[in-house]
Ligand binder design. Structure first.
Ligand code: G3P
Ligand code: CA
Length: 248
């Protein structure tokens, strides 16, 4: 199907999910570089704490799926995590890729000219929300001047705490599907944006969010055709494993 070139997100509304994770191992510098090479301006990445309080960029609460190691993040120090291979599982070409700290990722994003949607993961081994959000704050404050940061989370408490620390940052509430009382829930944070699974989008919901001035981004879509009917109704952006599909 040919997609009309005037229908779809603007370039700054395409976020590479865990980097360009269709092309390179998720949540690694290689995936961020691949996103930049595709012309993306934004990446989405996941952050969580290690046992020693280091904030790392990883989706799961264990290193099993995406590295050469095993075990919970809550049982690993930075030195142990830094020794793992985070690329070979995806493709031998990426052997030697490391599991980045958020600080390392932010530095690389500055060099690549990228901005970041930092998704704060809440895991059972996390001891304190305060520790988590202060660690995020310390790292994002080291960003390059041209790197923009926004925060997202499935945990409204994490967003509330981040908003108190960094009131100027965009806060996005993450849901599989927006609940009926999304407006009340977002006011409590306060959040200006929601990120919902693309399968749960509806024209009616988008018309309501548009009227309220709320931004909506869809995750994780890897097929522009499935979003076509939503752009005109008020869909703002997309989070995708393969940004070039949406960059025209
Ligand atoms: O940011 C949207 C998306 O990343 C949320 O789901 O599981 O991929 O972190 P997940
Ligand atoms: Ca994520």
């Amino acid at each position: 199907m040919n997609i009309p070139s005037d229908i779809g997100p603007s370039r700054d509304e395409v976020q590479a999910h865990r980097g360009a994770s269709a092309i390179a191992p998720e949540n690694t510098i290689a995936a961020f570089r691949a996103a930049a090479e595709q012309g993306a301006l934004w990446v989405e990445l996941d952050v969580a704490l290690l046992a020693d309080g280091t904030l790392v960029v990883i989706h799961d609460d264990t290193v099993d799926r995406t590295t050469s190691g095993t075990g919970s993040l809550g049982a690993l120090t930075h030195a142990e995590a830094a020794a793992l291979d985070a690329g070979a599982w995806f493709d031998p070409r990426y052997a030697g890729e490391r599991l980045p700290t958020l600080e390392e990722a932010i530095k690389a994003l500055g060099e690549l000219g990228l901005s970041a949607n930092v998704e704060i993961k809440q895991h059972k081994h996390h001891k304190s929300l305060d520790q988590l959000v202060h660690a995020v704050q310390a790292d994002i404050r080291k960003r390059a001047p041209r790197t923009e940061i926004m925060i997202s989370s499935f945990d409204p408490e994490a967003l509330k705490a981040m908003h108190s620390l960094e009131p100027d940052l965009e806060m996005a509430m993450l849901w599989w599907k927006a609940p009926e009382d999304w407006a009340d829930k977002m006011k409590l944070i306060p959040a200006t944006t929601m990120h919902v699974n693309y399968k749960t989008l509806s024209i009616g919901m988008l018309e309501e969010t548009s009227k309220s001035g709320i931004k909506v981004r869809a995750w994780t879509s890897n097929n522009p055709v499935e979003l076509l009917s939503f752009w005109g109704a008020g869909l703002t952006g997309v989070i995708t494993d393969n940004p070039k599909l949406f960059l025209g």
